[in-house]
Ligand binder design. Structure first.
Ligand code: BGC
Length: 757
């Protein structure tokens, strides 16, 4: 089985793409797939999860820490770097089984000799503050080598600088870089120690570099190690510098191999809970595994105060902001494989409720209007002019911030998914219920009661399809608002029955209303666009059907600038039926049991040719619904497009003149959803487990572990038979229903084999 991503040869043009593709990380920090000698020009970044800073009037963004793995080499006075030197060979490799990055470069020397340089690194999954690397060098001729290594504190920033008061220190051979962020004055400390088994190193504190010069003998391999720790004021430690030094010393005492061993065992555990095995399709297998890898390296296993940004930890792109991507595209993966992290993701929304309430109040609404682009406080990082017009260079008024109200409903959807799926209702008493009710209140205040039609409507919104802003009765938004009202009532019912005292205390501040009676009344008269009686198509929003019908290829031929934005006032798509991303089809996927197969098929067929897939969130949804309607082979290309997005680097890099490159966690989560919830057909509603396989023709089987209601199961979904193995440690049984057949109860320790056709 292939677990390695690799590329041979060096291509300067691929430095940015490879920085994403070869990323490592552990949820606390991400380290881009750059090379040891690279600096900020090559976008080196040690991006810290959850630490944001604003410099001057620029956009707030995550903080990049100084790079403790920085290393340069000289051979007989000349620098050895892929950027300047001709190489005989160069290979970059990522072992996704244990998040281990390797490079091997063979340099050509003027005297005909060669220098082979290797470096291996990992961000420890055992100690999240630690990064370690092992480097080797071997020459074919004797020569003088100078190794310079230490901490590069000249970090890459998009809207920086964020590190003020940079200090360079050393103590007992450990280099220490400290700084304080500009806005919130959060300290950051990086400590580094290099261990050489040869030569004499000298430290230069003023540059944070250590230097070692030695006569390399031909044929001898020289090996050295680097131990780096990273801390910030968010970690809750008393003395950052002491902590950083202690961590480095402890790491050195254990040594590289031991640290690697523990790190690898942690990764084995991760894969044992999440690996999906596809038989019959090597390409899909690899791409799916890689997608899961990308999710595992950014998962906030350590904190419920951070969530996953739209570009993961691949840098400061998109302001490191958390979007609806997390709830709608990533949460399902974590629910099925790591419910603790799923809970962290939802608790992040509890902790940012105050920001959401501030935003609602700012716009004159009640309750909680979640940030379209959320950072640490929950205040919205999205600006009113989020895109620059490529033609005029002027900022364009966009309505992502003000009008994508569905975000509050997406948050509620996520919380309810978590509660139902895991049965862990404590999320409700830990603040989840308040979030739900505040969001329902927001929608109550946002809704418009149409006295003529005697119904509540949701006007002036932007749905997932951002090319059509400020529309009325977007089917997706209305369906989700309705769900929010239902959840608000159900959560109250649950708490009233099971935790009456807590319910009384929690609802105290809601007593003045609007609360449950108003939600109920709104629900009873709430409008959700329905399938057209003739062709079964659901209109994406009021009057969508009156827009210009134009083929996507024709619309593309009207493009004047390849980075022009298709939405907004003058956008190419605005006046047409072409949509940016799955909208109605996404709604059909979320509420798939409320619609007939005919309706889903009619809408898939109608919207598919009209969808640009201008967002990496889009193709996976078409794959999911294709599987649902029994047409997995229609969905397969969409699945592959999603699963390979960070391998090929083929995604939109600009919106207007705004760079939006980086990794795509929502697509990574979407690939998992398409494979598991789509093709393998797994559906768990909190009571029974349904399996309705609908696999692409070349797939022989899908096998995966899942955690359902705290119990561990291993599913093997073949083309004619499904095997379910329940762990003997499970506390209770679950019912399984395969392809709509009879209910089969799976007791702890039991293996069920169910044939289906
Ligand atoms: C999409 C949004 C998404 C955001 C971040 C935009 O291009 O339209 O739906 O949340 O990117 O991924």
């Amino acid at each position: 089985m292939n677990w390695t991503v690799e590329e041979s040869g060096f291509d300067l043009a691929r430095v940015t793409t490879n920085g994403n593709k070869f990323m490592i990380g552990n949820g606390y920090m991400g380290y881009r797939g750059t090379l040891e000698e690279f600096g900020k020009e090559q976008l080196v970044a040690v991006t810290l999860a959850g630490l944001y800073d604003k410099s001057g009037q620029q956009w707030r963004e995550p903080v990049n820490a100084p790079n403790g793995l920085f290393t340069t080499l000289l051979c007989d006075g000349e620098p050895l770097t892929v950027i300047e030197q001709e190489v005989i060979s160069h290979r970059q490799e990522l072992d996704i089984r244990s998040a281990l990055h390797r490079r091997e470069t063979v340099y050509k020397r003027p005297d005909g000799g060669t220098v082979t340089y290797t470096a291996e690194r990992f961000a420890s999954m055992d100690n999240l503050h630690l990064m370690v690397s092992k480097l080797t060098l071997c020459t074919t001729r004797d020569c003088t080598i100078v190794i310079q290594t230490g901490i590069d504190d000249d970090v890459w920033d998009i809207n920086g600088p964020h590190l003020n008061d940079l200090q360079k220190n050393s103590m007992d051979h450990i280099m220490i870089s400290t700084a304080i962020t500009g806005e919130l004055k959060v300290p950051v400390a990086v400590a580094e120690l290099a261990v050489f088994g040869f030569g004499e190193q000298s430290l230069d504190e003023s540059s944070l570099l250590r230097q070692l010069t030695f006569k390399a003998q031909a044929g001898v391999t020289y090996t050295w190690y680097k131990y780096v720790s990273v801390f910030s004021g968010l970690d809750g430690t008393e003395s950052l510098v002491n902590e950083a030094i202690t961590t480095v010393n402890a790491a050195v005492n254990l040594g590289y191999e031991v640290l690697l061993g523990t790190h690898q065992r942690k990764w084995e555990d991760k894969w044992s809970l999440s690996d999906v095995i596809i038989k019959g399709d090597q390409e899909a297998q690899f791409a799916l595994r890689y997608s899961i890898y990308q999710l595992l390296i950014i998962a906030p296993t350590h904190s419920e105060r951070v969530s996953i940004p739209a570009r993961g930890l691949s840098g400061q792109v998109y302001k490191g902001a958390v979007f609806w991507d997390t709830e709608m595209f990533m949460l399902p993966f974590f629910l099925h494989s790591d419910p603790v992290t799923a809970r962290n993701l939802m608790m992040y929304r509890v902790h940012t409720l105050e920001g959401a309430k501030r935003k609602a109040a700012e716009y004159g609404f009640l309750g909680a209007f979640y940030a379209w682009e959320s950072q640490d406080t929950g205040d919205d990082a999205c600006t009113l002019f989020n895109v620059n017009d490529v033609f005029t260079g002027r900022p364009m008024r966009t309505y992502f911030r003000d009008k994508q109200v569905h975000i509050s409903a997406d948050v509620v959807h996520g919380i309810w998914q978590y509660v139902q799926f895991t049965g862990d209702y404590s999320l409700l008493t830990d603040g989840g219920a308040e979030v739900i009710w505040e969001c329902a209140k927001f929608f109550y205040s946002y809704a418009y009661y149409n006295p003529v039609k005697a119904r509540y409507e949701i006007l002036d919104v932007t749905g997932p399809d951002e090319y059509h802003e400020r529309v009325n009765n977007n089917a997706f938004t209305n369906a989700l608002v309705k769900e929010t009202l239902e959840i608000a009532i159900q959560a109250a019912d649950y708490l009233r029955t099971n935790h009456p005292a807590a319910f009384e205390a929690m609802t105290d501040t809601f007593k003045e209303g609007p609360f449950l009676p108003e939600f109920q009344e709104m629900l009873e008269h709430f409008y959700v666009p329905q399938p057209n009686t003739e062709n079964l198509v659901i209109e994406q929003f009021d009057r969508y059907f009156t827009l210009e019908e134009v083929a996507l290829t024709d619309l593309k031929s009207r493009v004047l600038n390849k980075h022009e934005y298709w939405g907004g006032g003058n956008g190419l798509a605005t006046t047409t039926t072409i949509l940016k991303q799955a909208d109605v089809v996404l709604m059909l996927n979320l509420f798939k049991h409320s619609f007939s197969q005919e309706v889903k098929k009619a809408n898939w067929e109608f919207y598919e040719p009209r969808t640009e897939h201008g967002s990496s969130l889009s193709p996976c949804i078409y794959a999911l619904v294709a599987a649902d309607i029994g047409a997995p082979d229609w969905g397969y290309p969409y699945f592959m497009r999603t699963a390979t997005v960070d391998l090929t680097g083929e995604s939109k890099q600009y919106v207007g003149d705004l760079y939006i490159g980086g990794t795509h966690p929502a697509a990574n989560g979407g690939a998992w959803m398409a494979a598991v919830l789509g093709f393998a057909g797994l559906y768990f509603n909190g009571e029974d487990v349904h399996l309705n396989p609908s696999m692409p023709k070349q797939w022989e089987s899908v096998e995966l572990p899942v955690v359902l209601r705290g119990g561990n199961y291993r599913l093997h979904v073949g083309r004619e038979e499904i095997t379910i193995q329940a762990s003997a440690d499970n506390k209770s049984a679950l019912n399984f229903i395969v392809s709509g057949g009879q209910v089969e109860m799976c007791q702890p320790g039991v293996q069920l084999q169910i044939r289906y056709s």
